[in-house]
Design a binder for this molecule. Structure first.
Ligand code: FAD
Length: 387
C-alpha cells in the first residue's frame, strides 16, 4: 500500500486543471468493500480516493458468511462465528440451522485496513465532487484516469452527476444501528410490525458486545425512537449510532464511461440487505475487467460492455429478493410468518439456503496477494472467463 501515511494526500500529486499529464491507469472513488475489491485485482498505477481514512466510516452490522474473510485471508478481523439464524415473528420464533454455511461478524476497521495492506495503490483522503470526462474532481485537486470506478456507496457520487436521479433515495431502505455490551450465539431478526412498521430489527453478537439495529424497507429515516426502545429492552448503554440507506435494487452498472460497483450500483440485496458479499464479488469481477482494459486486451468500450453484461446476468436474484420483500410487506402477517417458518425448516431450508449463499459465491473470491508480492495471475477469475 502506498500513500497511507499520516497525511495520505501528500504522496499524490493532483493533475493541474486542463493539464492531464499525471495520469493514472485507474481511479477508484470509495475505499470500502467494493473499492478495495476492485483494487485487489489491479496491477497498474491505481489511485484510491476516500473521504475518510480506510476503515473509518462504518455503516454496516458487518455480518457475512464466514467463508468471505476466510477466502480473502482476513480471519483476524472476525469477532464471532454463528451457526444459526433466529427469526422472531409476531406469533412465533423460528431457528434456521446454518451450520453448513456459518456466518460471522467482523471488525470493519480491521477488515478494511488489513485488506488495504495487501494492495499496491496510492491512497488519497479527499472528497470526490464530480467527474469531468476522464478527470475526477476532488476537494484536493483533479486527477485523470484511463478507467474510473465509482465505488462510493449508495450516494454514487460520480454516477449521479452524469445521470441525475441515478441514486433515488425514494427507492431505498434505511437503517441505523449501535453497539451495546451484551452477548449472544446467533444472528437474530425481528419481523414484527408492532416493533417497526415495514421493517426489521436485528441483534448481531460480536464477542463482548452486540450490534443492534433497525431498518425500514419503506426508507423511513425516523428510526431513532425504535432503536431507543430496542436498546432499552436490553438495559444496556448505547454507543455511537451509524447507518444509512440500503439501495434496494440493481442499478445500471455502467454510466457513461464509469464502472459503478457495490452499493453505488445497487448491488446490495433487497430484503436481507446483504451488501458486503455482492460488493466484494462484483468488485473483484470489475477489477479483472478493468485490468484487461489496462493491459490492452479490451478497449475501454469492450470492458464496460463486459462488466455490464456480467452484472446483468445476476439480475434474477435481485428480482427474486425484491419479490420476497414485497411479499413480506403485503401478505397477511399470518401467511408471511408461516412462509418464513417453512423456509427455516426442512425440506425447504436445504433447497433455499444453498441457493442463497451461492449467489455472489464467496468460494470464487480470489485470495489477496501476499503483502508486497505479485497478484495471483490466474486467468481472469470471474468476469472475463464468463463474459
Ligand atoms: C445499518 C446497516 C447495516 C448493514 N448491515 C449489513 C450486514 O450486516 N451485512 C451485509 O452484508 N451488509 C450490510 N449492510 C449493507 C452494507 O453495509 C453495504 O451494502 C456495503 O457497505 C456496500 O459496500 P460499498 O463498498 O459498496 O459501499 P460503502 O461501504 O458505503 O463504502 C463507500 C465508500 O465511499 C466513500 N465515499 C463516499 N462518498 C465519497 C466521496 N464523495 N468522496 C470520496 N469517498 C467517498 C465512503 O467514505 C466509503 O468508504 C448494512 C447497511 C446498513 C445501512
Amino acid at each position: 500500500m502506498k500513500g497511507v501515511a499520516e497525511d495520505p494526500g501528500r504522496s499524490v500529486l493532483p493533475v493541474e486543471s486542463g493539464k492531464a499529464t499525471d495520469r493514472y491507469d485507474v481511479i477508484i472513488v470509495g475505499g470500502s468493500f467494493a473499492g478495495l475489491a476492485v483494487a485487489s485485482r489491479l496491477r497498474g498505477r491505481v489511485l484510491l480516493i476516500d473521504k475518510d481514512e480506510i476503515g473509518e466510516g462504518q455503516t454496516s452490522a458487518c455480518g457475512t458468511l464466514l467463508e468471505v474473510p476466510r477466502r480473502l485471508g482476513l480471519m483476524d478481523s472476525v469477532l464471532q462465528a454463528q451457526n444459526g439464524l433466529v427469526f422472531h415473528l409476531q406469533d412465533r420464533t423460528e431457528v434456521m440451522d446454518a451450520r453448513d454455511y456459518p456466518f460471522c461478524t467482523f471488525d470493519y476497521g480491521r477488515f478494511c485496513r488489513d485488506f488495504a495492506n495487501h494492495l499496491i495503490v496510492e491512497i488519497l483522503r479527499a472528497s470526490a465532487l464530480r467527474v469531468e470526462g476522464s478527470t475526477v474532481v476532488t476537494d484536493r485537486g483533479r486527477f485523470a484516469g484511463t478507467c474510473i470506478v465509482d465505488a462510493s456507496g449508495w450516494r454514487a457520487v460520480l454516477a449521479r452527476c452524469l445521470r441525475p436521479g441515478y441514486a433515488d433515495q425514494r427507492r431505498m431502505s434505511y437503517g441505523i444501528e449501535t453497539e451495546v455490551p451484551s452477548r449472544g450465539d446467533s444472528l437474530c431478526f425481528w419481523y414484527d410490525p408492532r416493533l417497526v412498521p415495514s421493517g426489521v430489527q436485528w441483534f448481531f453478537p460480536c464477542g463482548s458486545h452486540v450490534r443492534v439495529g433497525v431498518a425500514s424497507y419503506a426508507g423511513d429515516a425516523h428510526l431513532r425512537g425504535h432503536l431507543d426502545i430496542f436498546t432499552g429492552s436490553l438495559e444496556a448503554p448505547m454507543e455511537r449510532i451509524h447507518g444509512g440507506y440500503f439501495p434496494a435494487g440493481l442499478r445500471e452498472p455502467v454510466v457513461g464511461s464509469l464502472f459503478v460497483v457495490g452499493d453505488a450500483a445497487g448491488q446490495c440485496l433487497p430484503f436481507t440487505g446483504e451488501g458486503i458479499r455482492p460488493a466484494l464479488y462484483f468488485g473483484q469481477a470489475c477489477g479483472d475487467i478493468v485490468q484487461a482494459v489496462i493491459d490492452g486486451r479490451h478497449s475501454l468500450r469492450e470492458g464496460l460492455l463486459h462488466y455490464r453484461r456480467f452484472v446483468r446476468r445476476h439480475g434474477w436474484m435481485y428480482r427474486v429478493m425484491t419479490l420476497t420483500q414485497h411479499a413480506l410487506l403485503r401478505l397477511p402477517l399470518a401467511i408471511s410468518s408461516r412462509l418464513i417458518g417453512q423456509i427455516c425448516r426442512e425440506p425447504l431450508r436445504s433447497r433455499i439456503l444453498p441457493g442463497y449463499v451461492r449467489f455472489a459465491d464467496p468460494r470464487v473470491l480470489l485470495p489477496l496477494a501476499p503483502v508486497g508480492r505479485e497478484l495471483d495471475k490466474r486467468p481472469l477469475a470471474l468476469a472475463d472467463s464468463r463474459a
